[in-house]
Write a new protein. Structure first.
Length: 144
């Protein structure tokens, strides 16, 4: 029986990684930071400080945070990269991992053609986990 090859997407507000793997072995095939895209004017730091090119809040108006504004823009780039990698072939299914807010943005940006290939979603930010340790976080998820 041929081993199942999974294309993994690990994303957060700072960027994303695409990895391919089977039987607990994963190899990074693509990564990019949010700053790689001209239309994403957002810098995210793990220390909790966010900076963006958005205007100051005005009195009496609800304003969105920089992350709320830029997250959907970055999600579109992540999904485009995921589509391009999927189109190359060589993968049998998709697994997506991101913090809950980014995962929601990815779901909103995901075309139906890819949705049907998603075997599992993990609402957890795994962006700081080295590729060689990621497989342990996916064990038991969608029969990965």
């Amino acid at each position: 029986m041929k081993p199942v090859v999974t294309l993994y997407c690990v994303a957060d507000e700072a960027g994303f990684r695409l990895l391919r793997g089977k039987r607990g072995q994963m190899e990074e095939v693509l990564s990019a930071s949010a700053t790689s895209f001209d239309d994403v004017k957002y810098e995210f730091s793990k220390g909790g400080r966010n900076r963006a090119g958005t205007g100051a809040a005005s009195f009496g108006h609800d304003t969105k945070s920089a992350a709320e504004i830029e997250r959907p823009r970055l999600a579109k780039h992540v999904v485009r990269a995921l589509e391009a990698e999927w189109a190359k072939g060589g993968s049998d299914r998709l697994v997506v991992a991101a913090g809950p807010k980014m995962l929601g943005a990815l779901r909103d940006a995901m075309p139906g053609a890819l949705v049907g290939h998603i075997a599992a979603e993990l609402p957890k930010d795994l962006s700081d986990i080295p590729a060689h340790d990621l497989h342990t976080h996916f064990e038991g998820i969608g029969k990965v």
